[in-house]
Design a protein around this ligand. Structure first.
Ligand code: AMP
Length: 412
C-alpha cells in the first residue's frame, strides 16, 4: 500500500517516560560467529546505532524492556540465535548493567520487567523463538504488551514486516490508549528517506546500482517522478543496455525485465529526466571459478564471452560530474562487483564524488546495504549526510510503500 505524504510520528523526545515500562523494539540482528563454545558478535554497528535512543530513555527515567529478533530460528529455541551475548555487549557499550530474560513473554518476562527500576534496562530473549511473532498472532502481541505501558520502535530494518513485536503490539497498546513512538534512529530514517526525499532540494541526483533491475524497478519508477538525473551502474545497467539493443556478452542480465527497463527509459524521456547508462566498462571472464583478464572495454557493446564487472573510468568521470552540483543525492547499490578490489574503482569514484558533493552542501542519503559497506571500506562514512540501517525496509520505503512498523506509530 502506498504511504501518505510524510507525516511526523511521535518520538521518544515527545514523551514523559518517568517510571514507565517502555517496550523498545530494536534491530539487534547482528552477525555472530561461534568461537569455542561461545557466540561472538562480529559487528556491533546495529547495537551502537540504538545508543542515542537508549540514552534518551535512561535520562527520562524509563524502565527499558528491549526486544529484537536474531536470525531465523522459525519458532524453535536455537541456542546459536540467543540474544544473551548482545546483552553483555550492550552493557559494555553503555557502561551499565543490562539484565537478560530467557523468554520474551510469560512469567519469566514478567518477573524480569517487575524487577526493573527507573533508568534500568532489560533485554528479552529472541522474539522469533515463538512462531507467533512472524505470524503476528494477536494473542502473542497481547502477551508482549502485557507488562508494559509504552511502545517505542527503533527497528527500522524490521519495519517492513507486520510482526507481533513491530506492528501487533502497537495495535494493542494504541487500543488501550497508550503511546507508540519512533526511537531516534527510526526518526532519522523517516526524516531522510521520507521527508527529505518526498520534497528534495534540486538538483536531485539518484545513483542506483547492484545486481538486479527487478529488485529496484519500483524505486526507479517512483524516483523518475522526482529526480533530475538518474545514474545507473552495476549489473542492472546491462538489462537497460539490452533494452537499447546493445550486446552485453555474458553480463548478468534479466532478459525478462527488458520491457520494464524500456518502460522506465521511456518514462524518463517523457519527463525530461537525464537517465545515464555506462558507456565504458571493465570486462572480465570467469575461468575455473576465478575472474580472469580484466580489461577496459570502451565500446558500447560488450564482446561475446565477456562480462561487465564495473563501470569504466569515462563513465565514472561522467557520473562524478553529474553528482557535483547536486543539492540532494540518493545512492543505493554498487557500480560493480566491488567485493573484488579490481572491480571496486567505479563504486569508489561514486563514493568520493558523493562525499565531495556533501562537503559542498548537498544532502546525501545512502539507501543501506552495499553502498554503506563501500563507504565504510573507503573511510568515507563520516562524509555523507545519512546512511540507512535498513536494507529491504529502505527499498520498500523508497518505493513509497507504507511500512507496517511505521504506520502503527502514533502521529504527533
Ligand atoms: P544489490 O544487493 O542488488 O544492491 O546488489 C549488490 C551486488 O551486486 C553486489 O554483491 C555486487 O557484487 C553485485 N554486482 C554489482 N555489479 C555487478 C555486475 N556488473 N555483475 C555482477 N554482479 C554485480
Amino acid at each position: 500500500m502506498l504511504r501518505p505524504p510524510f507525516m511526523a510520528k511521535l518520538t521518544v523526545n515527545d514523551l514523559n517516560l518517568q517510571g514507565k515500562r517502555v517496550f523498545t523494539r530494536v534491530d539487534y540482528n547482528v552477525p555472530m560467529e561461534k568461537t569455542g563454545s561461545a557466540m561472538v558478535i562480529n559487528d556491533d554497528t546495529r547495537i551502537r546505532a540504538t545508543l542515542p535512543t537508549l540514552i534518551a530513555l535512561i535520562e527520562k527515567g524509563a524502565r527499558i524492556v528491549l526486544a529484537s529478533h536474531l536470525g531465523r530460528p522459525k519458532g524453535e529455541r536455537v541456542a546459536s540465535m540467543s540474544l544473551r551475548p548482545v546483552a553483555d555487549k550492550l552493557a559494555e557499550l553503555l557502561g551499565q548493567p543490562v539484565a537478560f530474560a530467557d523468554d520474551c513473554v510469560g512469567e519469566i518476562a514478567q518477573v524480569a520487567i517487575n524487577n526493573l527500576q527507573n533508568g534500568e534496562m532489560l533485554l528479552l530473549e529472541n522474539v522469533r523463538y515463538h512462531s507467533c511473532e512472524e505470524a503476528n498472532g494477536s494473542d502473542f502481541a497481547e502477551q508482549l504488551a502485557a507488562n508494559v505501558d509504552v511502545f517505542v520502535n527503533d527497528a527500522f530494518g524490521a519495519a517492513h514486516r507486520a510482526h507481533a513485536s513491530t506492528a501487533g503490539i502497537a495495535e494493542v497498546i494504541t487500543a488501550r490508549g497508550g503511546q507508540c513512538a519512533a526511537g531516534l534512529l527510526m526518526e532519522r530514517e523517516l526524516q531522510f528517506l521520507g521527508e527529505e526525499l518526498d520534497a528534495p532540494d534540486k538538483p536531485f541526483v539518484v545513483i542506483l546500482g547492484g545486481a538486479k533491475v527487478s529488485d529496484k524497478i519500483k524505486v526507479i519508477d517512483r524516483l523518475i517522478e522526482k529526480a533530475d538525473t538518474i545514474l545507473i551502474g552495476g549489473a542492472m545497467a546491462y538489462t537497460f543496455k539490452l533494452a537499447l539493443g546493445k550486446s552485453v556478452g555474458n553480463s548478468l542480465v534479466e532478459p525478462d525485465k527488458v520491457d520494464i527497463a524500456q518502460a522506465a527509459l521511456d518514462k524518463a524521456a517523457e519527463r525530461g529526466v537525464e537517465f545515464l547508462l555506462p558507456n565504458d566498462n571493465l570486462i572480465s571472464q570467469m575461468n575455473d571459478g576465478a575472474w580472469a583478464n580484466p580489461v577496459l572495454n570502451s565500446a558500447e557493446d560488450i564482446p561475446d564471452g565477456r562480462e561487465g564487472v564495473d563501470i569504466g573510468p569515462a563513465t565514472a568521470a561522467r557520473y562524478a560530474e553529474a553528482i557535483t552540483g547536486a543539492k540532494t543525492i540518493l545512492w543505493n547499490g554498487p557500480m560493480g562487483i566491488f567485493e573484488d578490489a579490481r572491480f571496486a574503482k567505479g563504486t569508489m569514484a561514486v563514493a568520493v564524488a558523493v562525499a565531495a558533493a556533501t562537503g559542498a552542501g548537498a544532502v546525501s542519503i545512502i539507501g543501506g546495504g552495499d553502498s554503506v559497506k563501500a563507504l565504510n571500506q573507503n573511510g568515507l562514512a563520516g562524509q555523507v549526510t545519512f546512511m540507512s540501517t535498513g536494507g529491504g525496509a529502505s527499498l520498500e520505503f523508497l518505493e513509497g510503500n507504507e511500512l507496517p512498523g511505521v504506520a502503527a506509530l502514533s502521529e504527533k
